[in-house]
Ligand binder design. Structure first.
Ligand SMILES: Nc1nc2c(ncn2[C@@H]2O[C@H](COP(=O)(O)OP(=O)(O)OP(=O)(O)O)[C@@H](O)[C@H]2O)c(=O)[nH]1
Ligand SMILES: [Mg+2]
Length: 302
């Protein structure tokens, strides 16, 4: 018997959704950063084994922020619930152990929309590796069970891979019978160009301070595999919504751009399994985070 199904990964920002997807796939598909609102799209990751093919949908974190881009992010997140066979909710247990008052605020907005899917709910209580005193988990689990009586709770460390085998086994229990829909070696439905732009965006999160990454979007302008033997030449534009951010993004004597470019180039080369020449440009696009046309052009929003 072979199984096929879809799993929505949903949860508050920074809970570890993208980390969990990468861990379950054993390969990096989704970008990860220590800062909230890293993921901006619904991104698929495909796990193929002899017994099953499972499509995971990583999503932007559910938050209460305003603005057009944030509305598009929420739409992308909620849209993953439609058609999912199982919903996996990620929670950051280490955050709640330290700040119990965050729990109600972050969990309550999730319960009703998830319940309305009528699908089984597995709650992955994540980042347990960060909780030194395991007794600190008990009040977190108790309150989570009160807020979400219908859910099943599974402690995990998405980063270290603790408990993720138990989670995967439980997910598979709910995946229906069906043939594989994708070739065995296909890891995502996202095009490589998108993945390259995401890698650049990830490096922005690691290199730039404060709100700078949040004003940026990345567009691949040129992708040339033929002009130079054994090399893919990529031109990418980093858009910023604010004029005064351009210089800060580039950095002193281009230091930031150089760092972002060289880190991204290495990782894109690994993804493409070829040499890569990457050129980055920074352009100002006033207020793009409020411009629906531009947001759609960037793949944000349907
Ligand atoms: N210690 C520890 N850190 C983790 C774990 N899972 C995720 N992290 C870290 O938490 C941060 C956020 O992880 P992401 O996977 O980007 O979180 P996300 O839920 O996808 O965040 P958004 O896309 O912003 O909604 C990163 O610094 C991860 O390395 C874990 O199990 N243990
Ligand atoms: Mg993410």
């Amino acid at each position: 018997m072979h199984k096929f199904g879809t799993v929505a990964l949903i949860g508050p920002p920074n809970a570890g959704k993208s980390t969990l997807m990468n861990q379950l796939l054993g390969q990096k598909v989704a970008i990860v950063s220590p800062r909230p609102q890293t993921t901006r799209n619904r991104i698929s990751g495909i796990l193929s084994t002899d017994e099953a093919q499972v499509v995971f949908l990583d999503t932007p974190g559910i938050h209460q922020l305003r603005g057009k881009m944030n509305r598009f992010l929420l739409e992308a997140a909620w849209s993953a619930l439609a058609g999912a066979d199982v919903v996996v909710v990620l929670l950051d247990a280490s955050l709640y152990a330290a700040k119990p008052y965050m729990m109600d605020k972050e969990i309550k907005p999730l319960v009703k929309p998830v319940a309305e899917t009528g699908r089984p709910v597995l709650v992955a209580v994540n980042k347990i590796d960060r909780i030194k005193d395991k007794a600190g988990m008990l009040p977190v689990l108790a309150r989570a069970a009160e807020l979400w009586p219908a859910a099943e709770f599974i402690p995990v460390s998405a980063l270290r891979g603790q408990g993720t085998d138990v989670l995967l086994k439980r997910i598979l229990d709910f995946i229906p019978e069906g043939p594989a829909m994708f070739p065995e070696d296909q890891i995502s439905t996202a095009p490589v160009r998108f993945m390259a732009s995401e890698i650049i965006r990830e490096k922005l999160f690691y290199t730039l301070r404060q709100e700078l990454p949040y004003t940026t979007a990345v567009e691949i302008e040129a992708w040339d595999e033929t002009s130079r033997e054994g090399m893919t030449v990529i031109n990418a534009v980093i858009y910023t919504a604010q004029k005064n951010h351009k210089g800060m993004i580039i950095g002193k004597q281009g230091a930031n751009l150089k760092k972002i470019g060289s880190e991204a180039r290495l990782e894109i080369a690994e993804l493409l399994e070829t040499k890569v020449h990457l050129e980055l440009w920074v352009k100002v696009r006033d207020g793009w985070t409020e411009d629906p046309g531009f947001l759609r052009a960037m793949g944000l929003g349907e």
